[in-house]
Ligand binder design. Sequence first.
Ligand code: GDP
Length: 351
Amino acid sequence: MQSDQDKEYVGFATLPNQVHRKTVKKGFTFTLMVAGETGLGKSTLINSLFLTDLYKDRKVPNAEERIGQTVDIVKHTIGIEEKGIKLWLSIVDTPGFGDAVNNTASWKHVEDYIDQQFEQYFRDESGLNRKNIKDNRVHCLLYFISPFGHGLRPIDVECMKALHEKVNIIPLLAKADSLTHAEAYSKKSKIREEIKQFGINIYQFPECESDEDEDSKRQEQILKDSIPFAVIGSNIQVESKGRKFRGRSYPWGVVEVENPIHSDFLLLRNMLVRTHMQDLKDVTRETHYENYRAQCIQSMTRMMVQERKRRWVEPGPPPTPGRRRPLPLRKMQEVLERIQEQMQQSQRGSC
Ligand code: GDP
């Protein structure tokens, strides 16, 4: 047998390096959406997760403003660099979600936002400048569940069900420091049961390959068993026993955000950034966006057939037998716009 040294090399073994260099040069993008009622610690958690202050200019609405509030969608983008790798992180915030007195379908704005990003991507992909498409699709939704209720509220169920076919949902049990270990454990089990009972499809961690090591398999199981992640956020550093850390200080002691005994914060951050960011993007592209695209193309084909039929019966010069004229480009664009309008209307109507 030929030894490795005797082999002649063509050089394609460098392909991974080439891909690596190219992607590093381009930088990475990731869009994360947060939803949940005001005051559940969404902005604090985002700041703690990415060690930044994304909400410097934020104006918290007062009670009066919140009563009739519709949901404003706000997007912040920051560039984070670590060891020469650049990540363009976008956080899409849905302030006031679930706050107003009448919350009927307050999640519709969130749904519309996600659809609009798909629509924009679909347009760009079908357009002329495909090389410079900006991908604003939402890759993950962190859904905050209140620690003060008994499991999921009806609005949580409705909202997650309306969005689960469009985005990767990761449920979080907010402000976990307000729960004892036993309470957190039983709330988590209840929420997991309800997610199953109501048929909510949250993000599924990919199954480990059979040849993966035991440690990876164990990690994967820990992640699955920890859903919903019980999280704690803090914007300040606390000092205790000669150590400084992000935490919350109470008269009876301190909680450490990054201490695995106190919360699942580290588990969530590692999962989001270190282990599953690419999978979240892949599932968005291969499943959620593909569903949207397939629906769009289906309606487009249906409308084109109708349009052709209509043109046959319209007065005008008779078509050459056996040859149908293709629709002109302008007409196709009109049809596409009508389909997109119709899809939006039917999506609004069906929810
Ligand atoms: P948002 O409206 O959901 O963005 O909530 P904020 O991040 O503005 O937090 C609302 C309040 O809850 C602030 O006073 C925070 O200091 C506090 N808070 C944030 N995270 C936590 C947490 O994990 N535990 C506790 N007990 N309080 C928190």
